[in-house]
Ligand binder design. Structure first.
Ligand code: MV4
Length: 508
């Protein structure tokens, strides 16, 4: 096993990797930008390296800087987390060429699955059913029209370099194809530098169901059942649950087998997710995510497997610690994403300084987050601040537990997606389990109550007043009154997240 690894990420996923690595006796090297110096992943790592520059391209997204950090720190392997460079085949190759271990799938598997036309072609060879459509890029409008005739309307126009919902257009009749085709083509070119498009049958009210897989380097592969990810808006997921309420035992087994077939065909290694669209009792391969995903904890909760531990074992050349027959689903798990966003501002990301934090607890509750009091939530990084995850013996109890946990939780200083999630959990349709990817579009998120507005306004006035008094009184008054009072309040109301929490033996 590795002695030391570098984590090329930040926030809750960097913490997630550090936690498992520490349990396995592996030293962690964190990297961070100058404005992340106080971040929890920096404090929890054994060592932290500040990357130069002030833009993402200069720090978290800079392959050279990351490889140099690995070299100077003596790390043997790099874990990319999710996002950032995790699905960048060129970076994976550069890591290997630098003599390091890439804690992820082979670069070739990343490349095939990253190109939606290539992956459809590969799945055709593997006899995995994709959504009906093309396996070649469409050359021009005339070809698009004749292909659409063959596939049948409605049609989805997608970018080969897309994925995750970027650059998808729906066409319901031939007369609308031309303008959609031109727009999609321009958009693909400007967004990905690759204008290749292809056509698929558009499935009208699908559910998004995905299967977690794990493969080692010895030809062993397992699936860890399904996750239901249909509660999303504009391709941003809000809530996920496992197992999917739409999938029965026989379908679960069939989907698992197809997911293994898909992954095995590209010589997959490590943790990955095969996404399916599920419509009218049929499921179709959509794409494969070649990374650990945000929603992986719900799979951990229903299977008891630490997915990051298996990632580390597999990358070090060891065997998976179990086989398919050792795995089963126990109970039900739900995850809610804590995004800094404003329901009153059309769910735009919002910024601010985190003031008060209260973490929920009790049985079956897990909070994965990089949040700490005083943390600045800026526009630079992803608005996802963390995830609240629950497990319970069955779905109704998991729903009640999540409602309770959200009510227990307090995040001050920014608005979050938690009230919206609460509304979903209380919705009859959600409770019935019969919902699809359009569920959130049809839901008007209620603004928080009038009373909460009044309290928030009063708090804002109070804060303003304190700041004004502080400015008038000068620095000595600040030390005497404001800071001490803040600490006392924190003791019973918030998470202790200041430096005094300790830095877990690392350098702060
Ligand atoms: C589709 C589709 C319906 N039919 N393709 C959006 C995300 C990207 N991964 C693919 N997406 C979709 N592709 C066909 N042929 C509907 C979606 C889709 C969707 C898929 C998964 C989760 C949420 C979604 C929300 C809207 C549309």
């Amino acid at each position: 096993m590795f002695q030391r690894i570098l984590i090329a990420n930040r926030g809750e996923i960097a913490l997630r990797v550090i936690r498992t690595a520490r349990e396995m006796g592996i030293e962690c090297v964190a990297v961070h930008s100058a404005d992340d110096t106080k971040a929890l992943h920096v404090r929890m790592a054994h060592r932290a390296i500040c990357l130069p520059g002030s833009t993402l391209a200069e720090n978290y997204l800079c392959p050279e800087a990351l490889l140099e950090a690995a070299r100077v720190s003596g790390a043997e392997a790099i874990h990319p987390g999710y996002g950032f460079l995790s699905e960048n085949a060129d970076f994976a190759r550069a890591v290997v060429e630098a003599g390091l271990v890439w804690i992820g799938p082979p670069p070739e598997a990343i490349a095939v699955m990253g190109d939606k036309i290539e992956s459809r072609r590969a799945m055709g060879v593997a006899k995995v059913a994709c959504v009906p459509g093309m396996t070649d890029p469409v050359a021009d409008l005339a070809e698009a029209l004749s292909a659409a005739e063959g596939i049948g309307y409605p049609i989805a126009i997608k970018a080969a370099a897309g994925g995750g919902g970027k650059g998808i257009r729906i066409v319901r009749e031939p007369g609308d194809l031309e303008s959609a085709f031109r727009a999609a083509s321009g958009e693909a070119l400007s967004a990905f530098g690759d204008g290749r498009l292809y056509l698929e049958r558009y499935l009208d009210q699908p559910r998004h169901v995905e299967i977690q897989v794990l493969f080692d380097q010895h030809g062993n592969g397992v699936h860890l059942f399904d996750r239901e990810c249909s509660i999303q808006r504009r391709h941003q997921k809000l809530l996920e649950e496992a197992p999917s309420p739409a999938v029965d035992a026989a379908t679960r087994e069939a989907m698992g087998a197809v997911a293994l077939q898909a992954a095995a065909h590209v010589n997959y290694q490590g943790a990955g997710t095969v996404e399916f669209l599920w419509a009218k009792g049929e499921f179709f391969f959509l794409e494969m995510n070649t990374r650990i995903q945000v929603e992986h904890p719900i799979t951990e909760m229903i299977t008891g497997v630490d997915l990051v531990r298996q990632q580390l074992l597999v990358a070090a050349g060891e065997k998976l610690e179990f086989s398919q027959s050792d795995l089963s689903v126990t109970g039900h798990s739900i995850e809610v994403r804590i995004n800094a966003e404003d329901a009153l501002m059309n769910f735009q990301p919002c910024t601010g300084v985190l003031q008060n934090l209260r973490a929920p607890g009790g049985p079956g509750v897990r909070l994965d987050t990089g949040m700490y009091r005083g943390m600045e939530v800026g526009p630079m990084y992803d608005p996802m601040l963390g995830k609240l995850v629950v497990w319970a013996a069955d779905r109704p109890q998991a729903i009640e537990r999540m409602i309770r946990a959200i009510q227990e939780m307090n995040v001050g200083g920014v608005s979050t997606s938690l009230p919206a999630a609460l509304q979903v959990l209380e919705h009859e349709r959600f409770r019935s389990g019969d919902y699809d990817t359009h569920f959130l579009e049809g839901l008007t998120i209620k603004p928080p109550s009038k009373w909460l507005h009044l309290v928030a306004a009063a708090a804002a006035i109070h804060r303003h007043d304190l700041a004004r008094r502080k400015a008038l009184a000068g620095p000595s008054a600040e030390r005497a009154g404001w800071v001490a009072r803040g600490r006392n309040q924190n003791a019973d109301r918030g998470i202790q997240a200041s430096r005094s929490t300790g830095n877990f033996g690392g350098q702060a």
